[in-house]
Design a binder for this molecule. Structure first.
Ligand SMILES: [Zn+2]
Length: 212
């Protein structure tokens, strides 16, 4: 369900633009609010969350979906960890539906799904690896990279139980907002994918804002 936020952009304590195809890593403290904005529309924000004090505790698609009994994320969703603790909640969302089943693009999946020649195209997994290699201060290791959320991405689940990557339902300026229930580190790949419609075949920037 779509609910707009009353928060004002000018009151944000940090604002960061993630260029098309680029990545972001940063802390969100318990009680703070993080908003991810789909600046030009039809983007995919491949997102992971970690317990800032123990990266072995991280966002879990399975625990989140089991507890909410719903396959999409939107307002009211509690994003849970692999220890079944609530990491963040979603009080505001102007899109209405986000995927957490489709996974992230990688060199391997691009090769299998599209063409051997796609092997060297930049991917979300490359973005995550680059971010954790450049920021060892968060203590996140390759083994901590697990299942993710695809904010803004449209991956419909059919009545037959199939899922597929479809054209986006997000739009310019739409956003999702989360309140942290614990100190977390957020890791976002602004999806550079050019082989399916998850970025509208035209990757564009995302913005991350944080409020106290
Ligand atoms: Zn991707």
């Amino acid at each position: 369900m779509t609910i707009a936020s009353a928060r004002r952009v000018e009151n944000a304590v940090t604002r960061h633009l993630i260029d098309a195809g680029d990545h972001y890593i940063g802390p969100v403290k318990a009680g703070q609010t993080i908003r991810i904005v789909d600046v030009d529309g039809n983007e995919a924000a491949d997102t992971l969350f970690f317990n800032a004090h123990d990266p072995a505790e991280r966002y879990s698609c399975m625990d989140t979906l089991r507890e909410q009994g719903q396959v999409y994320l939107t307002t009211g969703s509690e994003l849970r960890s692999n220890l079944n603790n609530v990491m963040l909640t979603i009080p505001a969302d102007t899109v209405g539906r986000h995927d957490t089943l489709g996974g992230a693009c990688a060199s391997e999946s691009n090769t299998v799904r599209y063409d051997l020649e796609k092997r060297h195209m930049h991917s979300c997994r490359d973005n995550w690896m680059l971010a954790i290699a450049n920021h060892p201060e968060y203590g996140i290791d390759k083994r901590d990279i697990a299942h993710n959320i695809n904010f803004f991405m449209n991956v419909p689940v059919t009545a037959d139980g199939e899922l597929y990557f479809d054209d986006g339902i997000s739009g310019s300026g739409k956003y999702v907002e989360m309140v942290a229930a614990m100190d977390v580190v957020v890791l976002i790949s602004n999806c550079p994918q050019l082989n399916n419609p998850c970025s509208g075949f035209n990757p564009t920037p995302l913005e991350v804002l944080v409020w106290d």
